[in-house]
Design a protein around this ligand. Structure first.
Ligand SMILES: [Zn+2]
Ligand SMILES: [Zn+2]
Ligand SMILES: [Zn+2]
Ligand SMILES: [Zn+2]
Length: 350
């Protein structure tokens, strides 16, 4: 049977299942949608979703809204993992339980992270950065960095310090930061400049800053949540292609394309609570790093089909208008194989 159209002659998108009366409209949709095998997908009906949030809605996980797909939601409730949103087909009750327990991480950091405090040599891989801000300006609403932390993938602390802001602190935000004036005194804290130097040194790992702008070399991937805000507070920048930001990674964003909070992401995709009481930037680093590693560890095989048409390079429009005629003759599955995402999927870092 030709899968490109249903009994009513409609054309169904092979990814999101939207239907179109005309093939040219499906091609137009594919041009805009940038579907790919990197999108979060329902393990039951194989529908692609824009984000994990959309997939949660589809499966009826969490929220009070009715699931969009009742049959998927029923199957998910029986065999699904509410953290990674995968369905463990054929798994016995014991292995299902074991998976769910392993997928839900605990808040307590591994003890070695604290024992090996202030290690200076990172183990390799990405680094995560976290800053805690206090308030400056007449009403205390201007964020200035007062505490910084950098960890490696193994959650070892590489750098951790209180930072003396350049502007006078007008609000310590003690309830959430736990920071008091004595923490920021000369002997107890470092200058913004020296914090910036240390962070840069760790990130570049011996690479020349000018070289890192275009070719990675030894420079590390930088993981964090709202990285631009943190980097701005440290008066530094870092090449965009080396940043892995959980606040702006499309699969982790809201359907409305706004950022989720790190607290929300950690609770829903790692399974534990953060940012209760006094917040240490170490905890934010660990949460962002764990989210990054989860996302990077996903098994996407978008190009597994050897007979697929050659996909466009990731920075190219895969559906140029000069190919319109040819595209309209393809099956929806072929169109999907041709399509590329408009973001860098973190599985490609693995
Ligand atoms: Zn679609
Ligand atoms: Zn991927
Ligand atoms: Zn489904
Ligand atoms: Zn899971």
């Amino acid at each position: 049977m030709d899968s490109s159209s249903d009994a009513h002659g409609r054309h169904r998108c092979a990814a999101c299942f939207r239907q179109f009366n005309k093939m040219e409209h499906l091609v137009e949709h594919m041009r805009a949608a940038r579907h790919s095998g990197h999108e979060p997908r329902c393990d039951i009906c194989r529908k692609h979703c824009r984000s994990f949030e959309a997939l949660r809605d589809h499966l009826g996980v969490g929220g009070s809204t009715l699931p969009k797909a009742a049959s998927c939601a029923d199957a998910f409730a029986a065999r699904g993992c509410a953290i990674c949103l995968r369905v463990l087909a054929g798994a016995g009750a014991a292995s299902l339980g074991a998976h769910r327990a392993a997928c839900r991480l605990s808040r307590t950091p591994p003890p070695r992270a604290l024992q090996q405090h202030h290690r200076t040599q990172p183990q390799g891989g990405a680094l995560a950065l976290g800053c805690k801000m206090v308030g400056a300006g007449s009403d205390g609403s201007l964020d200035v960095c007062a505490r910084v932390c950098v960890i490696d993938e193994q959650e070892n602390v590489l750098f951790e310090a209180f930072v003396r802001p350049l502007l006078p602190v007008t609000h310590y935000r003690y309830e959430t930061t736990g920071i008091r004036p004595e923490h920021l005194r000369d002997g107890a804290s470092v200058t913004v400049k020296s914090a910036q130097r240390r962070v840069e040194e760790l990130l570049l790992d011996g690479e020349q800053p000018w070289r890192a702008r275009t070719s990675r070399g030894r420079a590390r991937l930088l993981v964090g949540h709202g990285l631009d805000h943190d980097l701005h507070a440290l008066h530094m920048d870092y090449p965009a292609y080396l940043k892995r930001d959980t606040a702006t990674y499309p699969p982790l964003m809201k359907t409305s394309k706004l950022s989720n909070s790190l607290r929300f992401l950690t609770l829903n995709y790692l399974g534990y609570e953060i940012q209760t009481g006094h917040q240490h930037p170490f905890e934010d680093c660990v949460a962002a790093m764990r989210l990054y590693r989860r996302m990077r560890g996903q098994q996407h095989h978008p190009r597994a089909d050897a007979h697929a048409p050659a996909p466009a390079a990731d920075d190219q429009q895969p559906f140029p208008s000069w190919r319109q005629r040819e595209l309209e003759r393809m099956t929806p599955e072929d169109l999907l194989r041709l399509s590329t995402p408009d973001y860098h999927c973190w599985c490609l870092d693995a």
